[in-house]
Design a protein around this ligand. Structure first.
Ligand code: NG1
Length: 520
């Protein structure tokens, strides 16, 4: 099982990429990082941690409802070069970045009065070192609880090629690289599997203030070159590399950055975290309507509601076919949620006020607030349950259909028709994200529309949305023509050429997951 494997530690670049051409192309960037590190800190790094970004092919905003998703790691990544320091102030970190807009930071953890580690993470603004701290926090909390264990001081230098705030998970890549670096330097890597690293990094990233699911970290850590990853979260995290039927005709995924930066931390209250709360509250209301047993203090997810409604025993894993038919059945049950939201006049959904929502949840106001609102900061006058649930169940079904098409299409049997079927699911996902989950934006709508006009089989936003990137499935021989057409139609790309254009719109192949490179 991919998740139970150990974290790979390499000493040769060709093993990192499993492909000599990519290793050769990447070599100068790695060498430059080592040289810069040596110049800035007066010694060579001991390790370089590599963590790739990811593109989610399908399955948006359903990981935190515990439904499976279908991402792939991209070639763009975060590299973090690190070396330990023997000195008097244990645990002090100097963090530098090759990108001059991120200034050098030094910080040290302190133990508070209850002997827990504290690092000052500013959740009110986006600061690059917060992601370094988030990774460090997890390592401290897991391995340095006794007073005898003292973390090492560390010098580190980062370089990244994943555009920030673009839906390609630069943040997860940073947290994975940081966690890996601190584990390696403090010699705590033994016995840590890829699955363990995913679990540690998911909770680490929550320290920055985003209640993320586990998709990005799984893709960054567990991906295999050449395949997408079907990641399921329930009853346990598991990840299965699935070969993509994109060799005949040869096709690629093209990422296009809308250049609208959606800062997840800054907008979390009204966007990402609000959706997390809406889907959790919807799960409780739906569960209640369906007569599903749940404890009063339980933060039940949509997936758990479905499994209990289907009578699946705790801990048992539902077969994909049964899950798919369960999703079809439960989708018919959510119409009831629409009625309670309608304002009765023209059928427009107005959403529920907090008071109405609390009443439907069957909980007391104080219990509801404790379970759903005490751990997260959100801002909303109304909550939409029907639209969000309809998106979640239909998107979860599309992921399974996408996976089935990939698995059904044996090599030698691939065709335009297969790609059209995958493309159609991607298009449906985009419509659902835009209309039901309301996580698109005019620029993403425009880019996906242009992509279709330029010949993509399918096109959708990828990642959290509200900005960031789209992903389009395009025949490889038509990529240049595709990019020219999209560029002509998208005003923010006018005037971009060569490298600058390649920064914002580029084809990518599924890459390998995170690793450590040990310098000898
Ligand atoms: P981005 O914003 O692309 O990193 C976020 C979440 C994912 C998932 C997607 C939506 C984080 C770190 N990641 O991805 O877990 O929920 O949105 O599908 O918050």
């Amino acid at each position: 099982m991919a998740a139970s494997q150990p974290i790979p530690v390499y000493t040769q670049l060709k093993d990192v990429f499993q492909d000599t051409a990519t290793a050769l192309a990447q070599g100068p960037r790695w060498n430059n990082l080592i040289e810069e590190f040596t110049q800035r800190y007066g010694r060579k790094p001991e390790y370089i941690a590599r963590a790739p970004g990811r593109v989610n092919l399908i399955g948006e905003h359903i990981d935190y409802a515990l439904f499976g998703v279908f991402p792939a790691a991209v070639e763009r990544d975060i590299l973090m070069a690190v070396a330990g320091r023997e000195e008097h102030d244990p645990g002090r970190i100097t963090a530098d970045n090759l990108d001059g807009k991120y200034s050098r930071q030094t910080f040290a953890p302190i133990k508070n009065h209850v002997q827990e580690w504290e690092l000052d993470i500013d959740k009110t603004q986006l600061r690059w070192e917060s992601y370094v701290k988030a990774g460090y926090y997890g390592v401290l909390g897991k391995f340095f609880n006794s007073n005898e264990d003292v973390p090492k001081g560390v010098d580190l230098l980062v370089t990244g090629s994943v555009p920030a705030g673009s839906g390609l998970s630069s943040s997860a890549a940073m947290v994975v690289a940081s966690t890996l670096s601190f584990l390696a330097i403090n010699q705590r890597l033994d016995g840590i599997s890829k699955g363990d690293l995913v679990n540690i990094t998911v909770s680490n990233e929550r320290r920055v203030g985003v209640n993320s699911g586990g998709m990005d970290q799984s893709a960054s850590v567990i991906s295999a070159a050449g395949a997408a990853l079907y990641v399921s979260f329930f009853p346990l995290l598991s990840a299965e590399p699935i070969p993509l039927p994109i060799t005949a005709p040869r096709s690629v995924f093209v990422c296009a950055n809308s250049l609208v930066v959606s800062d997840k931390v800054v907008h979390a209250k009204t966007r990402y975290n609000l959706r997390v709360v809406e889907t959790l509250a919807a799960a409780r209301v739906l569960g209640r309507r369906l007569g599903v047993k749940m404890a009063n203090d339980e933060k039940i997810t949509m997936r758990e509601v479905l499994d209990r409604w289907l009578g699946v025993k705790p801990g048992e894993e539902l077969e994909v076919a049964a899950l798919k038919s369960g999703l079809e059945r439960i989708s018919k049950e959510i119409d009831g949620l629409k009625l309670v939201e309608s304002d009765g006049s023209d059928g427009t959904e107005t959403g529920l006020t907090l008071e109405e929502l609390i009443e439907l949840s069957g909980l007391s106001a104080s219990d509801f607030k404790q379970i759903y609102l005490s751990w997260v900061d959100i801002e909303a006058t109304h909550f939409q349950l029907y639209k969000r649930s309809k998106h979640v169940f239909s998107e979860a079904w599309r992921v399974l259909e996408f996976r089935d098409i990939c698995l059904r299409t044996a090599e030698g049997n691939q065709s335009h028709d297969t790609l059209r079927q995958l493309g159609k699911l991607m298009d449906e996902s985009q419509t659902s994200c835009a209309e039901l989950y309301e996580c698109s934006c005019p620029e993403l709508d425009e880019l996906t529309h242009l992509a279709k006009e330029a010949g993509a089989y399918g096109s959708r936003l990828t990642g959290a949305g509200w900005g960031g990137c789209t992903v389009s499935l395009v025949e490889e021989s038509r990529v240049e023509e595709f990019i020219t057409k999209v560029k002509a139609g998208y005003p923010a790309y006018h005037g971009l050429h060569g490298g600058a254009l390649h920064e914002v719109i580029f084809a990518t192949k599924p890459s390998s997951g995170a690793c450590l490179f040990k310098l000898t």
